[in-house]
Design a protein around this ligand. Structure first.
Ligand code: 4AD
Ligand code: MG
Length: 439
């Protein structure tokens, strides 16, 4: 008789006892005819199992391949220090059976060190079984919890806005359109407009939802579907918005490092350190000047001028040169979305901010919102947006308007920073890009 099936990460309490474990054959090594070492994986951890004598001479044992699923019974033995075994123990098996076979060679015939990235992503469902990818997905899990806990402790209310919508937020060029029972609708680019409508009901609010962008550009940090963490706060000033961003990034990173998943972050990114507050503040105007002073140029070889969008590559160059988080503030009105509040001291720019982090560049975009109804109509006009579908958003300005602001953070980009990864596709379960919608 054996204890009921145990998960690998909870085995220590059964040392010296007979246990039953389920899992997948992660690694397999045969030593002579009488010994087989199986590293078993069950998602919670890895366990070395020793199959000796008759146990490794059966037909199933001779044909056993990695990635097969198995059930193993045996006695859990402590392994002396110095001999490496995950968890400090190994299973001396006395009985085992196959649950599901796997083809010869396991997944190594499909994926190996020689596979190019297209093959890797084509087989992402098998790739995620690997050690690094499963670490990334676990850190992603811990990160989502860290954000929820951060907001919960600060009394933000979580809402779940719809993702099938009839309003654009971030410009018409990246909208995914579809037919909604005969009406034109879109996959949402951002839940911001809905969050704004919630603040009179709930105060500070946030959501964690999928956003969609029809981005045809191939970069290290653009997906067509990403996980968007957005917050909206009533009765704040622009400076308070900046402080909320510092708090968000530092507190969530600290929570992840303090959690049981902190070690996985260090496994993947040994130099990671929770950043220090306050972050460097830099106006867009200063960034234009910085680029000139440091010879960071446009693709055509000329210098950036006021009004130019600083694209990904030069933005990262600047971020990496400065080497610390930057709150890049006050972008020109002409290059930003219809809803952004102008800076009263300098109305050609807006109270807007991007948070730039080393290795990635922009991970957050935020702003104060126009709260005057007439000004909002002027914004629609400037962007060529018909206000009809936005009646509910305009009502926000009619029924008790207030200064307010908020932001959106791309989870995959945050993870790219946290884990020093070189592409957002790696920090996402099944990435959607212009050239891939499968698996
Ligand atoms: O800067 P963005 O476009 O801002 C908004 O959508 C605002 N409406 C958010 C708000 O104020 N509530 O997007 C916000 C963040 C970016 O900084 C980036 O991290 C991420 O969302 N993001 C993307 N991540 C991956 N792939 C893409 N195509 C992304 N587009 C934006
Ligand atoms: Mg942005």
């Amino acid at each position: 008789p054996a204890a009921s099936a145990s998960k690998i990460n909870g085995l220590s309490q059964y040392r010296g006892q007979r246990v039953k474990v389920y899992g997948w054959v992660h690694r397999l090594r045969r030593q002579g005819k009488n010994m087989m070492f199986v590293v078993l994986r069950d998602g919670t951890g890895y366990l070395q199992c020793i199959l000796s004598d008759n146990l490794c001479k059966t037909y199933e044992a001779l044909l056993l391949t990695t990635e097969s699923s198995v059930r193993i019974f045996g006695t859990l033995k402590e392994v002396p220090e110095g001999k490496s075994a995950p968890g400090g123990h190994e299973l001396d098996a006395d009985y085992w059976e196959i649950v599901g076979r796997s083809p010869a060679g396991g997944v190594d015939n499909v994926l190996n060190v020689e596979s190019n990235s297209d093959v890797m992503y084509q087989n992402r469902h098998l790739w995620i079984r690997g050690e690094n990818m499963s670490k990334i997905l676990k850190v992603r899990h811990a990160t989502i919890k860290a954000f929820r806990d951060h907001y919960y402790d600060r009394d933000y209310v979580e809402v779940t806005p719809p993702t099938m919508v009839q309003c654009q937020v971030e410009g018409g060029s990246t909208l995914f359109k579809f037919d909604y029972f005969g009406e034109e609708a879109y996959l949402t680019q951002s839940s911001q407009l809905y969050l704004e409508t919630c603040i009179p009901a709930l105060g500070n609010v946030y959501c964690i939802a999928q956003s969609y962008r029809a981005e045809s550009s191939h970069t290290r940090r653009h997906l067509s579907e990403f996980t968007h963490i957005e917050g909206e706060l009533p009765f704040i000033t622009f400076d308070q918005l900046l402080e909320a961003l510092e708090d968000l990034v530092c507190d969530t990173a600290q929570r992840i490092m303090d959690s049981k998943y902190g070690q996985l972050v260090l496994d993947l990114h040994p130099e990671f350190k929770v950043p220090q507050r306050p972050f460097k503040r830099m106006d867009y105007r200063e960034a234009i000047a910085y680029c000139k002073e440091h010879d960071i140029k446009k693709e055509d070889g000329t210098y950036f001028e006021f009004g130019d969008d600083i694209p990904e590559a030069p933005e990262r160059k600047m971020t990496d040169m400065i080497g610390e988080p930057i709150l890049l503030c006050r972008f020109p009105k002409a290059m930003k979305a219809f809803y952004m509040q102008p800076d009263l001291a300098d109305p050609i720019v807006t109270e807007s901010v991007d948070l730039l982090l080393p290795n990635v560049g922009e991970i957050i975009g935020g702003s104060m919102r126009i709260y005057d109804e007439k000004e909002l109509y002027a914004g629609f006009k400037r962007e060529g947006i018909s206000p009809d579908n936005y009646y509910w958003y305009v009502d926000q300005r009619k029924y008790g308007t207030t200064p307010h602001g908020g932001y959106g953070l791309g989870l995959e980009r945050y993870l790219m920073w946290l884990l020093n990864s070189n592409n957002v596709r790696e920090t996402c379960l099944y990435p959607r890009t212009a050239d891939r919608c499968k698996p």
